[in-house]
Design a protein around this ligand. Sequence first.
Ligand SMILES: [Zn+2]
Ligand SMILES: [Zn+2]
Length: 145
Amino acid sequence: MIRGNGHAEEKMRGAGLRVTPQRRAVWSAFGDGEGGHLAADEVFARARRSLPELSRATVYNTLAAFVEAGMLQAVESRGAVLYDPNADPDHHHFRCRGCGRLYDVPVEGVEGLRIPDDDEFVVDSKSVLLRGLCPLCSPAERSGV
Ligand SMILES: [Zn+2]
Ligand SMILES: [Zn+2]
């Protein structure tokens, strides 16, 4: 999913964040067309390309601020936190056991998911994690490589 970087400043202002070169650089790590689901270290490596003096601590603080502001969603994957510019809490993921990539996928039937016979849990959102092999990895497996 490709998300343009053009509305970064608008998003930050809308979220009540001051627009700084550091924040712009961190946000740009998500806007180069490869999309989301980046670990903090990947964000750090990418953001440094546009702002070499950026520190790791600043990147971590900025990611936390973006999550707080609803610009990013923190998604857990294999014990690591990945940052996702698709901040919709009801979107779903597919994790490939071959390459480890996390994809945004549409899932049917989620509306019907519920905790049976229980009124004590109040569900705010539903996000599903599917696991398996992605299209890039499954042909290799079929041919036995
Ligand atoms: Zn894969
Ligand atoms: Zn996602």
